[in-house]
Design a protein. Structure first.
Length: 365
């Protein structure tokens, strides 16, 4: 039975969707297709990609055209199971279910909590999201939650947790730290602590220390201008979004990984991909002092915890890592060992295969 993954917003090489889920399912013997914006029509790593041109125009029309293009492509593929990755695709999934497909909703983020953190969100957007999620709870055959906190919001008998642990292939690169670089990977937003990281860069004792930012600015243009105007920007290397091989090399060259998310509801019990990628790369981690993260990481001894709103505290933790290289190396080794033993993607992929089996979708013999 053909499996079709649908995304209207994520890139075709998205880490969770393509590199982890689709590739793992294809390697397990499923006939996997991925519909994604801008994808080339090709087969890559046994996954067949199908693209559509992201539409232009005013927002309501743009969204409607985007959903139409996803539905049109998915309908032509006639998938027996359709696995979708954004709440806006609920109407598309319902139409596919009417056509006989089983539907699975992969919930990457707590979208309602994220919306609550936006200043003055549009009332219509909140209402629409609530409606879509209510429809999904009634109609979807299965749910895949990226964190335990997200899983609590969906029917337990139909929900599994598939956590964003790193791929084993990315846990093998040895650390070859160059100079005094510390790295942040991911979207660059106010709520993810980017302003505080740049402010902390200006406070570091080592005059050669550099903050490396890997990712795209996702907030307003005003926020990007605000960050670039800070004194710490002169000690920041902004690289934008990198391909996976180059990202792996940058992690291997760093001295620490940074994940100083603000204490927003959507983040307090999150499991950021970047956190486990840092650990897999053998890096000590400077992390927000969330109780959930303390409970997860304290037994491993791979992290220093800081108030994410305090640039001075962030800088002090980075100084500690740079000043004590042997301790930092031991922290990184403990984190990498934990990834190999406890936090591997391969175990998570098995949960997805088992869910598909429960829904009557088996891999080829």
């Amino acid at each position: 039975m053909r499996v079709v993954h649908l995304t209207s917003r994520h890139p075709p090489d998205d880490v969770r969707i393509f590199l982890k889920e689709c590739r793992s399912l294809a390697h397990a013997g499923f006939d996997v297709h991925l519909v994604a914006p801008g994808a080339a029509e090709e087969t890559r790593d046994e996954v067949t990609l199908h693209g559509f041109v992201p539409p232009a125009g005013v927002r309501p029309l743009r969204i409607a055209r985007r959903l139409w293009r996803v539905w049109r492509t998915a309908r032509a593929l006639r998938g027996g199971l359709c696995h979708f990755h954004e709440p806006e695709l609920v109407p598309v999934a319902l139409l596919l279910k009417l056509g006989g497909a089983r539907i699975v909703y992969d919930v990457h983020e707590d979208a309602l909590s994220e919306l609550e953190s936006v200043p003055s969100p549009k009332p219509g957007k909140r209402l629409g999201l609530r409606l879509f999620e209510a429809l999904a709870r009634r109609a979807c055959d299965g749910f895949v939650a990226a964190t335990p906190a997200i899983a609590r919001g969906f029917p337990p008998e139909r929900t599994i947790e598939v956590l964003n642990y790193p791929l084993a292939e990315e846990a093998a690169a040895p650390v070859t730290a160059v100079g005094s670089q510390v790295v942040y990977v991911g979207g660059l937003t106010r709520a993810r602590g980017i302003r505080e990281l740049v402010e902390a860069a200006s406070l570091l004792r080592d005059p050669d220390a550099r903050l490396v930012l890997i990712g795209d600015f996702l907030d307003t243009p005003e926020f990007e201008r605000e960050v670039r105007s800070l004194p710490g920007w002169s000690r920041t290397d902004y690289l934008g979004r990198l391909a996976r091989p180059e990202l792996t090399g940058r992690l291997a060259a760093a001295r620490a990984g940074l994940v100083v998310l603000h204490a927003e509801p959507m983040y307090r019990e999150s499991l950021p991909t970047k956190l486990f990628e840092y650990m897999a790369a053998g890096l000590p981690v400077v992390a927000s002092d969330f109780p959930f993260w303390h409970e997860l990481l304290n037994p491993i001894g791979c992290a220093l915890f800081v108030d994410p709103l305090d640039p001075g505290a962030i800088a002090a933790a980075i100084d500690e890592v740079l000043d004590e290289p042997e301790r930092a190396r031991a922290m990184g080794e403990r984190g990498a060992a934990a990834v190999r033993e406890r936090f591997s993607w391969e175990r998570e992929a098995a949960k997805l295969v088992e869910l598909y089996g429960r829904l009557g979708v088996a891999a080829a013999a």
